[in-house]
Design a protein. Structure first.
Length: 198
């Protein structure tokens, strides 16, 4: 992905796109995020999640939800946070924020990095891009991108549909920049066939 195209996809300054185009190109090639439809969905989602590549580390209050990242809460247990301070230490990092000790371990094992000892590694452009592409692959999001199922992609990344309108706006821009042509709805295809058939 060239800096020009990335800048168009997310409406970001060229200098920011230039920083990210190389790491994203390497990461997407590694995980077969390699068609315009896949790239458009991926770039829209990571663009939203990172504030267009501005935030690589979860902003910390802690909010009430973030306080729940600490043991002995149920959320902490779900995240694999077993030691006091794990919530903050393993807060979200990367372009699709990897969160919690267990997820850092899983991601680190997959990428060959010791993210338990050095969680800050996920906040560099190369590793942020790699971890996002790994997450995308791990959750089967290429298939959903192929099908155009953007809402389900959002749910798998976010756990809900927070920011869906902004994500969809970025998706529309990214599709235009990458030349993705939306297929007509099945009803429209059927109607055309009925009208044209004899």
């Amino acid at each position: 992905m060239t800096p020009d195209i990335l800048a168009q996809c997310l409406d970001i300054p060229f200098t920011r796109a230039e920083t990210w185009s190389g790491p994203l190109s390497a990461a997407t090639a590694l995980y077969a995020i390699d068609t315009p439809a896949r790239l458009a969905a991926f770039v829209a989602q990571i663009g939203h999640e990172s504030g267009k590549f501005v935030f690589l580390v979860e902003l910390w209050g802690p909010t009430a939800a973030q306080a729940g990242y600490e043991p002995p809460s149920v959320k902490a247990r779900d995240l694999g946070n077993t030691h006091g301070g794990d919530g903050f230490r393993y807060r979200g990092r990367g372009l699709i924020q990897i969160t919690g000790r267990a997820n850092y371990q899983k991601c680190g094992d997959a990428l060959g990095m010791d993210l338990i000892s050095s969680p800050e590694l996920l906040a560099t452009p190369s590793n942020a891009a790699l971890s996002a592409a790994w997450f995308w692959n791990e959750h089967g999001l290429n298939d959903l991108a192929d099908a155009g199922d953007f809402e389900t992609i959002t749910r798998r990344i976010n756990g809900g549909v927070n920011g869906l309108a902004e994500r969809e706006a970025l998706w529309k821009t990214a599709k235009a920049a990458l030349g993705v042509v939306d297929e007509p709805a099945p009803e429209a295809q059927t109607e055309g066939a009925e009208n044209g058939g004899t």
